[in-house]
Design a protein around this ligand. Structure first.
Ligand code: FAD
Length: 404
């Protein structure tokens, strides 16, 4: 007897429409121009301007603040498409998305009303800053600190590292130590919403005390800048403590770890996107290139590579969407987000390497797109927590869920 089941749909109509729109934008505007911006290591301003027009800075921001009000799952689909074009472009929106998540979840009404409309249009972009020169994985070890002055303002001091969008952003969500004696240390940390002048290396006036040294030179992930931030007597008003002073002081670590959970889904989507592009390039090249009298795609060893790549990408995509859907449904998804980030970033790198091998010597030439992907993919193994850290998160959660 036949059982009636709902038709299988991977995407809703809105999701289909929006991902098709973004895919077209990527094919027409990003892929043809990425090579130039990558070689120059210059910020892709015209592309970013078009992204503003398409509303891509406000995908998850509620409509009442001028955004699209879409969920994490749809956002992950968009990020996959953007990353298929160039992961630096998804980097321009990634920390911005995390900043808007922090505001939506923890911000006061005033903070939401002040920042979200400007963020939804892309008028200002957000950066997210935890890491320091001596601290990445072990966030509780940060040294940068904030102290409340007699005038009620907080004075921020310390050096931050690896801040994506560090120069071009207009606002940085930064984690500072506010109680050096707190035990455990995470209870003495606070997230400050620090405004700054976009693209200014030295801030002045009300933003004085924040200096941005020259951007860090990187092997890949070009175009979007990664910088240090030097807070040296930066004065932050009390209403710029995330969530307000009463609710926010001492909550910074918990707030930022919460944001990293959605950030991990976002990085997973980037892994799927870069892997998908690597597969597309491999599929094309392997049908064009001939060895031993036939296209290399007709050699079984090459077909097996293509088959493994496609299978792994589909698995990573499904896991990423599952983590996003669970979060959208209001369920705890720290385990799934960790798994998705781990699997998709590793598969991203694996697929890029396999596609590189399929390209033979040409993969090593800057004339071929895979060369850029080969330099870009490893970042995903590091950002938002390394693979080792994801395994630690997954292991810990597994034991919590299955305690005997
Ligand atoms: C291009 C780029 C952009 C970035 N953007 C941002 C940003 O916008 N904001 C921000 O705050 N940070 C950002 N980061 C920083 C990034 O989050 C850190 O680099 C990352 O968390 C790892 O920290 P680390 O580099 O200090 O490595 P470490 O923490 O020093 O780790 C070194 C190695 O040891 C391993 N390791 C560490 N602890 C353990 C353990 N307990 N068990 C097993 N292995 C362990 C790690 O997995 C890694 O392999 C960015 C980094 C890069 C490269």
């Amino acid at each position: 007897m036949a059982v009636e089941t709902a038709a299988y749909t991977e995407q809703t109509e809105i999701q289909r429409d929006i991902t098709e729109m973004v895919r077209q934008f990527v094919d027409e505007q990003i892929i043809p121009n990425a090579e130039r911006y990558d070689h120059e290591d210059s910020f892709p301003e015209p592309i970013v301007e078009q992204m503003k027009e398409l509303g891509l800075f406000g995908v998850t921001i509620p409509e009442e603040y001028g955004g699209m009000g879409l969920d994490l799952t749809t956002y992950a689909m968009i990020v996959e498409e953007l990353s298929r074009g160039w992961i630096s472009i998804s980097g321009v929106v990634n920390t911005h998305f995390i900043g808007s998540y922090l505001l939506m979840k923890f911000g006061t009404a005033e903070q939401k009303e002040y920042f979200l409309p400007k963020m939804a249009t892309g008028e200002i972009r957000a950066a997210f800053s935890l890491s320091e020169p001596e601290v990445g994985s072990d966030v509780q070890g940060i040294k940068a600190s904030a102290k409340k002055g007699e005038d009620g303002k907080w004075e921020l001091n310390g050096q931050k590292m690896w801040v994506t969008n560090g120069l071009g952003s207009g606002v940085v969500f930064v984690l500072m130590k506010t109680d050096p004696k707190a035990d455990p240390p995470y209870k003495g940390m606070t997230c400050f919403i620090t405004e700054k002048e976009p693209w200014a290396e030295e801030n002045s006036g009300e933003y004085e005390g924040l200096v941005i040294p020259p951007k860090i030179k990187k092997m890949g992930y070009k175009g979007v800048e990664s910088t240090e931030l030097v807070y040296d007597g930066y004065r932050c008003p009390p209403e710029r403590v995330l969530g307000g002073e009463e609710a926010g002081v001492g909550q910074g670590f918990v707030q930022m770890m919460d944001a990293l959970e959605v950030g991990r889904v976002n990085v997973a989507a980037r892994g799927v996107g870069i892997a998908q592009r690597a597969l597309e390039l491999a599929l094309r090249y392997s049908q064009e290139r001939k060895t031993f009298g036939k296209p290399i795609a007709q050699h079984q060893a090459i077909q097996f590579k293509l088959a493994d790549m496609a299978t792994k990408i589909e698995a990573a995509r499904l896991l990423t969407r599952k983590a996003a859907r669970m979060k959208d449904a209001g369920e705890r998804s720290d385990l799934e987000a960790g798994m998705a980030k781990l699997l998709a970033s590793e598969i991203g790198k694996e697929c890029v390497e396999e596609s590189f091998r399929i390209h033979g010597g040409y993969g090593y030439s800057k004339e071929y797109e895979i060369e850029r992907l080969y330099r870009d993919a490893p970042l995903l193994l590091i950002g938002e927590g390394t693979s080792e850290i994801q395994r630690m998160v997954i292991g810990k959660k597994l034991l919590q869920r299955h305690k005997i």
